[in-house]
Write a protein that binds this ligand. Sequence first.
Ligand code: R5P
Length: 290
Amino acid sequence: MARLVLYTETAEDIASAFPGAAKVEMRSFPDGESYARIPENCKGKDVLVLHRCYPNINENLIKLLQITAAARSQSPKSLRVFVPYLPYARMDKTVKEGEAISADIVCSLLKSVGCTELITVDCHFIKEGAGNFERAGLKIKNLTAADALLAYLKPKAPNAVTISPDAGASYMSSHAEGGQSMKKVRADYDAGSSSAYRKIEKLEAGFDVKGKGVIIIDDMVSTGSTMIKAVKVLREEGAGKVHCATTHGLFLNDALAKLKAAGASEVICTDSIPSPAAKVSVAKLLSGAV
Ligand code: R5P
């Protein structure tokens, strides 16, 4: 059965791993509303859509829904979408009564427009690592960059202990022998602030790193608070060189520079979000999986 790979301008680099991929026609109306058109008929084909939803997550999410719905209207045999960094995956449970569980909303939207499988990388709400999952009726194939990130750093830090800064990413440190996980406790929302970010109250190691090299690995570095704190705590506890690895390097608020200032010798990530620190290609992860 014929396969048709479609991509948007957010994923030109990923599409280069798929010869013959066709670019989706995207335009916009004067008020900013986006327009999408599939350039080839999808009927009876196994369709794979390649699209990044970051930056401009709201707009890019709508574009993804438009593309998927347009492809579905032509009756493809299957309709998979590859979104390396899935936005809205963070809010996967309520902390306070009345909160929106955004992860469910995004998954059910994708399902409703006809996506037969979402392929993503180190999805925040999947704490088990690589595998096949389901959320809000949507089938999800979660890939992990843990092995590729660790393979890049291992020659530079051969005897390092691999540590995740919290239990949620412990599946990533468990890809290395003897991998450990720190304990993270977040505070409540800041009263009087509109930020949904809950500061870190505590980050504890609870194991010995004195004189040892360390690799800290996490699914994402957003503001960098978690990773910066982890670097500081481990350095205070006597760790030697500290290398940092993350799948999704958002590096908001100058987080990359702050990590280096905190004592990280090297910081690497994948190109799920294009970044100067990217050392691992998500196109490679994807082509090994489809
Ligand atoms: C948390 O559960 C995640 O694994 C990351 O540790 C966290 O989301 C990173 O965010 P930030 O860089 O803002 O601390």
